[in-house]
Design a protein around this ligand. Structure first.
Ligand SMILES: [Zn+2]
Length: 396
């Protein structure tokens, strides 16, 4: 299906998207490019929602299932452009690769989705039913599943494909992620007379030590370990010149497994603290989820608790089987695998319970790096794969 004209168009779209820098909260230029591209490709409807997600629909005449392809448009910043051997927003082609920030994560796959849907209608529109939605999502890098939740709730897809890098394998799950904040409350005093106060940092040290030595997160045979890792600590007042600190706050990054909920995750940490408090009645500590907040380019505020659940779809599920059939039909040889990082699938599969798989071009470890690139062969494979999955799922 990918003749030379279609191949050239795919590479050009990927490069044009890289040439529109789109750090989280500044996706407007790439949104305009995607909207114009979808319109010129004959999408039936193209819209932009309040967060700035761009949603294109290809609707077949006979009603049927709705499959949604999700690709985020934002990327992490380029912190040291001088370390790049090519300009990071140039889309330079070298050694059969397209270079640039976002090439692997994940403008290449998003370009492949946009074109695959249009090519499929050109080739097989009369034999398909239902609908394909391709959604370009804002603010994924810090808010997995939040902006995509808006799209999911508006369009209620029957199936979802996450386009994050999977090296053209079919991913059936991922661990989730939570940011847990623990705060201890003490009493300030002059440090020349510490007995008059209660040192909140010393209380926190007990909690950190207990979590390190007495708390073991669960593990899952396929998804891996449910990690807990301390990521920051701050005392108050800070800096604390000659004063016993009255507050201390730490954040833990917790990788979640299927079935873990906000209540269960916070409850486990509360139990650890309750055990310490049995021997230390002065210990006062509170546990909660961190809350993130950021502006969208539309001016809308995006705000959410830092809790993105894990998900795992049964490999015998009809959607997995049909996706595999479609990928084989496209000439690919996918393995069943999983993501090691968190994706928008946390909303679709983890919260909304929609059958979801992950399939995308390139390697996970090419995301967020200096000299990020995507191999053109992978880019083409992704386009063939999305085409194959949609064809298999929507065939009459
Ligand atoms: Zn990504």
């Amino acid at each position: 299906m990918l003749d030379s004209i279609r191949r050239d168009k795919l590479v050009r779209l990927c490069r044009d998207m890289i040439c529109c820098p789109s750090p989280s909260g500044h996706e407007d230029r790439i949104v305009n490019l995607i909207r114009d591209t979808m319109i010129s490709l004959g999408y039936n409807e193209v819209s932009i929602d309040r967060y700035g997600n761009v949603i294109g629909r290809i609707i077949f005449p006979t009603p049927g299932n709705r499959i949604l392809f999700d690709g985020h448009m934002d990327h992490v910043d380029v912190s040291s452009p001088e370390e790049w051997t090519v300009p990071p927003f140039s889309g330079t082609i070298k050694d059969n690769r397209v270079y640039g920030r976002g090439a692997s994560d994940m403008k290449g796959s998003l370009a492949a989705m946009i074109l695959a849907a249009a090519y499929l209608r050109e080739d097989y529109g009369h034999m398909l039913r239902g609908e394909i939605i391709v959604a370009g999502i804002v603010h994924e890098e810090c808010f997995e599943g939040v902006a995509s939740g808006e799209v999911g709730e508006s369009y209620k897809p029957d199936y979802v494909v996450i386009g994050e890098a999977s090296q053209l394998n079919l991913n059936v799950g991922q661990r989730g992620r939570a940011e847990i904040v623990v705060e201890t409350q003490g009493k300030s005093a002059h440090s020349s007379n510490p007995e008059a106060g209660l040192n909140a940092v010393k209380k926190m040290v007990k909690i950190i030590s207990a979590i390190e030595h007495q708390y073991m997160p669960p593990t899952h045979p396929f998804l891996g370990k449910g990690i807990i890792e301390l990521t920051d600590i701050i005392s108050s007042p800070y800096p604390g010149a000659s004063v016993v600190p009255e507050k201390c706050k730490v954040t833990f990054d917790r990788r979640l497994l299927v079935g873990e909920t906000e209540e269960s995750v916070l409850g486990e940490i509360e139990s650890v603290i309750a055990r310490i408090a049995e021997d230390d009645p002065e210990l006062k500590a509170a546990v909660k989820l961190a809350v993130g907040e950021a502006k969208c380019y539309t001016g809308e505020l995006i705000q959410a608790k830092r809790f993105a659940p894990a998900w795992l779809i049964d490999r015998n599920h009809e959607f997995v089987r049909k996706s595999l059939d479609g990928l084989h039909e496209a000439g690919l040889k996918p393995k069943i695998s999983k993501y090691d990082f968190c994706t928008n699938g946390s909303y679709y599969a983890g919260i909304a319970g929609i059958p979801t798989v992950g399939f995308g071009a390139s390697r996970e470890d090419l995301a967020h790096v200096t000299d990020e690139y995507i191999e053109i062969e992978q880019l083409e494979g992704a386009c063939l794969g999305y085409y194959g999955i949609a064809r298999s799922v929507l065939s009459v």
